[in-house]
Design a protein. Structure first.
Ligand SMILES: [Zn+2]
Length: 131
């Protein structure tokens, strides 16, 4: 396949995968208990308060929280799961692009390898030294 076709195909594949992960978000959802505003509420008077969901997220390096309407919690849980999948998809893109570039170069050189470094000997424990 020509480079332009390969890139268009990769772009389409990425768009297809990303779209299938809608809705997606980053953050964390946790269950909390909060007091209500009803005067003389027995639950609040007992100190039980009311269950609620809280979404925590980071915006421009600052941590924020918002109360989540109870009916929206299932959709947000699904979006958080999709957010993690989308992140995994993005992490996989680097190695994929490098492998495809190597294969394209190999094909262009008629199968001859060059002196480009490979992952041989690289593991999670042995990283290249920082220079
Ligand atoms: Zn209450």
């Amino acid at each position: 396949m020509k480079k332009k076709n390969r890139e268009a195909a990769a772009q389409e594949e990425f768009a297809r995968q990303a779209l299938s992960l809608w809705p997606a978000l980053k953050g964390s959802l946790r269950r909390v208990r909060k007091p209500c505003i009803r005067p003389g509420c027995p639950a609040c008077a007992r100190g039980d308060k009311h269950p609620a969901w809280l979404l925590s997220f980071t915006r421009q390096g600052k941590r924020h929280c918002m109360y989540v309407p109870i009916g929206l919690a299932p959709q947000l849980r699904r979006a958080l799961k999709n957010g993690r999948r989308l992140e995994q998809l993005l992490y996989a893109m680097g190695p994929k692009m490098i492998r495809e570039h190597r294969q394209a170069r190999l094909a262009a050189n008629g199968g001859k390898t060059n002196a480009a470094p490979t992952n041989a000997g690289l593991s999670k424990k042995k990283r290249p030294p920082k220079s």
